[in-house]
Design a binder for this molecule. Structure first.
Ligand code: GTP
Ligand code: MG
Length: 304
């Protein structure tokens, strides 16, 4: 029953993306001889599904090598699912918790990507693993940001460390590390202000937060998660490429998959970023976060 509920959530969350993939699925029920016209049509539909140039070319080439001038009777579906799965990053193990002592998770990303909401969901996920959680409101840039995280922390019943708007984010990070150690919290999740890789002062600030946690807690940060807005499609990948040049990230949270038909963009992440997709965001609620499972993702894309 529980599994059923989870499966239907990702299926529901992918509804918009699935509408585009159904036109690809239709092609694969094709029976007859595979010719260039078929391959051209496949290429067009993959592009329309925002799968991106690399993944589109890969799939078309592989289908061509395997099936051009051959008679098919529907067996291409399984083949293409396998190919798509191989383009995705490996099955996620979720958060890499520290073997002992607190686990520190830094969360970064551009404005409005979904960082604060994803942090609330992550906190719930960690609580679900039996962990106690503290969150640090290091986005001191906007007054509403601290308030937003405070509301989530009340709902979650987790600790929050904050200071007034405009205060030094690194000092909030420092206090949060102190509190985490003093109160033996298992996990510290640090919210940061939205930034572009081009905003040098904000990137420096992020680095300062990182250096503070390194100094305070052994092995920290255990995770640096980059939140990407799936509705940005291929642009989200471009943003991530730029982020990656400035800060070492351990994985991606792909947020807002439910709000977009551009879920195909996920097929470009492995090749372009070489960073695992750890979680996907499928809505605005606390339970709308799933550990990324590539097999399930591909299965659900093609389900009626
Ligand atoms: N549908 C949907 N909406 C989401 C998801 N994640 C976040 N949102 C919404 O996206 C908007 C921005 O989310 P935030 O979490 O505030 O984003 P942020 O990156 O913290 O934004 P800044 O702090 O301003 O940089 C909010 O309205 C969220 O409810 C998701 O997975 N699905
Ligand atoms: Mg925020």
């Amino acid at each position: 029953m529980v599994f059923g509920a989870l499966f239907s959530k990702i299926k529901q969350g992918l509804a918009k993306t699935r509408s585009l993939f159904s036109s690809i699925a239709q092609l694969f029920s094709f029976k007859g001889r595979v010719d260039q016209k078929f391959l051209d049509e496949l290429e067009k539909r993959l592009y329309l599904a925002d799968v991106g140039t690399y993944a589109t070319q890969e799939i078309v080439t592989r289908v061509k090598q395997a099936y051009l001038d051959k008679e098919v009777t529907g067996e291409m579906v399984a083949f293409v699912k396998d190919q798509l799965r191989s383009l995705l990053t490996a099955e996620s193990q979720g958060i890499a918790f520290a073997p002992s002592g607190p686990t520190v998770i830094l969360v970064a990303g551009v404005n409005g990507a979904g960082k604060t909401t994803s942090i609330a969901k992550l906190a719930k996920y960690c609580q679900g693993q039996g962990k106690t959680v503290c969150v640090a409101a290091c986005d001191t840039f906007r007054a509403a940001a601290v308030e937003q995280l405070t509301i989530w922390s009340q709902r979650l019943g987790c600790e929050i460390v904050k200071n007034q708007q405009g205060s030094d984010p690194a000092s909030v990070a420092h206090d949060a590390c102190e509190r985490t150690k003093a109160r033996n919290f298992d996990v510290l999740i640090v919210d940061t202000a939205g930034r572009l890789h081009t905003q040098t002062h904000l990137m420096k600030e992020l680095d300062k937060i990182r250096r503070i946690v390194i100094k305070q807690i052994p092995g920290a940060p255990h995770e640096v998660l980059l939140v990407l807005d799936a509705t940005a499609g291929q642009n989200a990948i471009l943003q991530a490429e730029n982020f990656k040049k400035t800060i070492a990230c351990t994985g991606i949270i792909l947020a807002k998959l439910d709000g977009t038909a551009k879920g195909g963009a996920i097929f470009g992440i492995k090749q372009k970023l070489d960073m695992p997709v750890k979680f996907v965001g499928l809505g605005e609620g606390l339970d709308d976060l799933e550990v990324f499972n590539p097999t399930e993702y591909v299965e659900k894309l093609f389900e009626d």
